[in-house]
Design a protein around this ligand. Sequence first.
Ligand SMILES: [Zn+2]
Length: 111
Amino acid sequence: MIDTCIDIGMESDGPALFNQSMRTARKHYECCECGSAIGPGDRHEHTTGLWDGEWATYRTCRICAAVRRDFCASYIFGQLWEAMQETHGLGYDSIDEDWPRRTDARPGRWM
Ligand SMILES: [Zn+2]
């Protein structure tokens, strides 16, 4: 963990139930962080949780998932790059393509 990019109230606003895993897409989706396409066959992070009594599902592309995993102790879905820009001055374009592959080589580091 390099730093915390957002420290929001996971205690008060966090999900009552939460499941997060890497999945292979079977349909077309959109990354909840950067808006890029997640196509069939793409590995991505799938998160389902119960927030304030309502179920929600978030799909995050590999790059955003890797960045979030490395930089964020807690976070709000959809605000990763805003927080990265504010905290580290990093935008999506400043992340090199090897990042997800390098972080994928460290299984079991999260959750
Ligand atoms: Zn993304």
